[in-house]
Design a protein around this ligand. Structure first.
Ligand SMILES: C[S@@+](CC[C@H](N)C(=O)[O-])C[C@H]1O[C@@H](n2cnc3c(N)ncnc32)[C@H](O)[C@@H]1O
Length: 267
C-alpha cells in the first residue's frame, strides 16, 4: 500500500491518545491556550457569561477546555477525529459529574446544517491538522450565532522553524521561509499512513477570518508563566497545560511563541 495522509489522522490519533493524555497534564479548572501558558483566569478573553452558552469545540482531544466551560454552566459539544480522545473526555466528565455531549468529527467533514448554530466555537492546536484550514474557518463563521465568538489557537508559524545553537551564547529559531513554514510529518505505527501539519503566516489567518465575515477582536501571542519563584503547587494552578516535554523546551517558548490565538466575533 502506498503511504498516504488520507485517513492517517484518525489512525495516528487513536494510537497516540493514551500517551498524549498520560504525559500531558491538562486541567479542567481553567481554560488553556497552550503549553506552559497562563489560563483564561489570567488572560480573561473568554465570553463574560458562560452560563447557558452553547459551545462547540473542534479537535478537542479529551475536551478539557469544554469540561471547564461545562463546569461554569455552559452547554458543550466536544468533537474530535479520535474516539480514544473522546472516550478519555467522557471518563473525566463522569468522574466530575459534568454533562457534555461528545461526537466524533473530522475538521474536514464539518456540516454546518447538521451541527447548527453556536454562541462560542473554540479549537486549540488542531487546525494545523486540517487539510483545508480556510474552509474550517468559513464553516465556523457560518455556524456562529449573531453576537457569537470564535477562539482559534493554532501553531505559531515562526515556531515551525528549527531551533539552533549558534555558539555557547547565542541560540534562536531558524526560519528558512516564513511564507512556507516547514511541515511536520508524523507516521502511524505501521508506517503505512502519516499526518502532516501546516502553519500559515499570521496575515493569512487574519485575512481568512476577515474574509469569512467575522470581526477580528484580538490576536494573542502569550508568554509562558515564569517558572522561577513559584512552587509546583502554584504552577499547577497557573499553567493549565503542562508536561515534562514542554518544561524541557521552556527556554525556547520563552523567546518564541509556540501558539497564536485569534479571537473573532460575528455581528
Ligand atoms: C495537539 S492535540 C490538541 C487536543 C486539544 N485541543 C488540547 O488542547 O488538548 C490535536 C487534536 O486534534 C485532533 N485532530 C487531528 N486531526 C483532526 C481532524 N482532521 N479532525 C478533527 N480532529 C483532529 C487529534 O485527534 C487531537 O486530539
Amino acid at each position: 500500500m502506498e503511504k498516504n495522509d488520507l485517513g492517517g489522522s484518525r489512525q495516528y490519533w487513536e494510537e497516540t491518545s493514551k500517551e498524549y493524555q498520560s504525559i500531558t497534564r491538562i486541567s479542567i479548572n481553567d481554560f488553556h491556550y497552550g503549553p506552559l501558558l497562563p489560563g483564561d483566569s489570567e488572560v480573561k478573553a473568554l465570553p463574560k457569561n458562560l452560563s447557558g452558552l452553547k459551545c462547540l469545540e473542534l479537535g478537542a482531544g479529551a475536551g478539557q477546555n469544554s469540561l471547564y466551560l461545562a463546569s461554569q454552566g455552559a452547554d458543550c459539544l466536544v468533537t474530535d477525529i479520535s474516539q480514544e480522545q473522546l472516550n478519555h473526555g467522557e471518563a473525566i466528565a463522569k468522574e466530575n459529574q459534568l454533562e457534555l455531549e461528545f461526537k466524533q468529527l473530522d475538521l474536514d467533514g464539518i456540516d454546518p446544517n447538521e451541527l447548527g448554530k453556536w454562541d462560542f466555537i473554540h479549537s486549540t492546536w488542531a487546525l494545523p491538522f486540517a487539510k483545508d484550514q480556510k474552509q474550517v474557518i468559513e464553516k465556523c463563521a457560518e455556524m456562529l450565532s449573531a453576537g457569537g465568538r470564535l477562539h482559534i489557537t493554532t501553531g505559531h508559524p515562526i515556531f515551525a522553524g528549527e531551533w539552533i545553537q549558534l555558539d555557547d551564547f547565542e541560540e534562536g529559531m531558524f526560519v528558512s521561509n516564513y511564507f512556507e513554514p516547514p511541515r511536520e510529518v508524523r507516521f502511524t505505527e505501521d508506517e503505512e499512513n502519516f499526518i502532516r501539519t501546516r502553519q500559515f503566516p499570521i496575515s493569512t489567518y487574519i485575512n481568512w477570518i476577515i474574509e469569512s465575515g467575522l470581526r477580528l477582536e484580538r490576536v494573542l501571542e502569550l508568554r509562558p508563566i515564569q517558572l522561577e519563584g513559584h512552587s509546583e503547587e502554584e504552577l499547577l494552578k497557573l499553567m493549565p497545560y503542562d508536561s515534562g516535554v514542554w518544561r524541557d523546551m521552556y527556554s525556547q517558548i520563552q523567546k518564541v511563541p509556540f501558539v497564536v490565538t485569534y479571537i473573532a466575533t460575528k455581528s
